[in-house]
Design a protein around this ligand. Structure first.
Ligand code: GLV
Ligand code: MG
Length: 351
């Protein structure tokens, strides 16, 4: 068995003066992680407006930011964090990856200047628990040095073949772990997949129906979800350790229907949100990652019919027992978190 810390050490701060790690994640609604390029002044000037429409604002410093704009993006993020009150909206940043020339300054400058405003650092291209341990220790030292009062969490992007292999050890690496996002674009490259897309399906990935007796008849072809396996593996690793799983980016902004279908598959499999890279994807994520009104109504009926969560009852011809009671509770608990933020949904849910 690999050596691991004792429970007491696992939950101790990694630097004298750093805040105590959380024992359970703070309850927050994170249906969409909205990416903004912080070096863009026009976007920065609208950040108050944007923050009011989304659950999480993320200042992106990594891929999609040109090399000659990396420092401007970091400075822009610090200004954006310092000059705005984000209220109940989460404030995250995606730093550059560990072997890049920018990562160390990203972390040290951001924690020094706006560490008390930052909720989560998204770490790209995580390959194993060693990546988390390094950032965990560094953050504890910086938190102590700069009197940061609550722990800054780590969200890993699962986007290399090695990372997928080690997904469970990554989830288990630290109480600082918030969750994970699937990064389908880098993962496709790392795995040698034969695609040129940022997430979503592929028209050639599917199954062909059996040939019937009429040899000339056209056989149906059903496209499949390319990400099903990885999302399932990530959801199991995350939920086993009390972390939050997310679908990542969907790059075809012109295909809202396909984006919605990809997000919904992830939601049904257990994910709690996805990235919005374009304003049009904010409402898609809001719609998909807020439980459906009818599902909530049915889930409430299950909970009401089984007050202590045991036994079996029939509702509309369908058997309910302890296990469906637990499913219903997942849906109603999430609906309550949505309702607390969104009065319209609260009314639709009757909560
Ligand atoms: C996200 O970073 C991706 O590579 O898909
Ligand atoms: Mg990536």
């Amino acid at each position: 068995m690999a050596a691991s810390r004792t429970p007491a050490k696992f939950y101790s701060p990694l630097a004298i003066g750093a805040p105590e790690p959380y024992r359970a994640l703070p309850v927050r609604l994170e249906r969409m992680i909205h990416f903004v390029p912080p070096h863009n002044e026009k976007i920065r000037s609208k950040i108050k407006d944007i923050a009011g429409q989304v659950d999480v604002v993320l200042g992106n410093l990594e891929d999609a930011i040109p090399a000659d704009q990396k420092q401007a993006a970091r400075a822009g993020f610090i200004a954006m964090a310092r000059d705005n009150d984000f209220g109940s909206t989460g404030l995250w940043t995606r730093i550059n990856c560990l072997n890049s020339p920018w990562m160390l300054d990203d972390v040290t400058e951001i924690v020094a200047q706006v560490g008390n405003k930052l909720d989560v650092i998204m770490l790209p291209k995580v390959e194993g628990p060693w990546d988390i341990h390094y950032l965990d220790q560094l953050l504890a030292q910086l938190e102590a040095k700069h009197s940061v009062s609550k722990p800054i969490l780590i969200h890993a992007i699962l986007e290399t073949a090695e990372g997928v292999n080690n997904v469970e050890a990554i989830a288990a690496a630290s109480p600082r772990m918030h969750g994970m996002s699937l990064g389908p674009a880098d993962l496709a490259a790392s795995r040698g997949m034969k695609t040129t897309r940022v997430g979503g399906g592929h028209p050639d990935y599917g199954v062909l129906a059996d040939a019937g007796s009429d040899a000339a008849a056209k056989r149906a072809f059903y496209q499949q979800d390319l990400w099903h396996y990885t999302v399932g593996k990530m959801v199991d690793a995350c939920l086993a350790y009390g972390l939050k799983p997310f679908y990542g980016p969907f790059g075809d902004f012109s295909d809202a229907a396909a984006c919605e279908a990809q997000f919904r598959n992830a939601f049904l499999q257990g994910c709690l949100g996805a990235w919005s890279l374009h304003p049009s994807q904010i409402d898609i994520a809001k719609r998909v990652f807020s439980p459906d009104d009818k599902e909530v109504a049915f889930a409430k009926r299950i909970l009401e019919a089984m007050p202590d969560g045991t036994g079996a009852v029939m509702i509309d011809g369908k058997m309910q027992d302890d296990a469906t009671w637990k499913q219903a509770k997942v849906i109603v608990d999430l609906a309550r978190v949505v309702a607390a933020k969104d009065p319209e949904k609260a009314a639709a849910y009757g909560l």
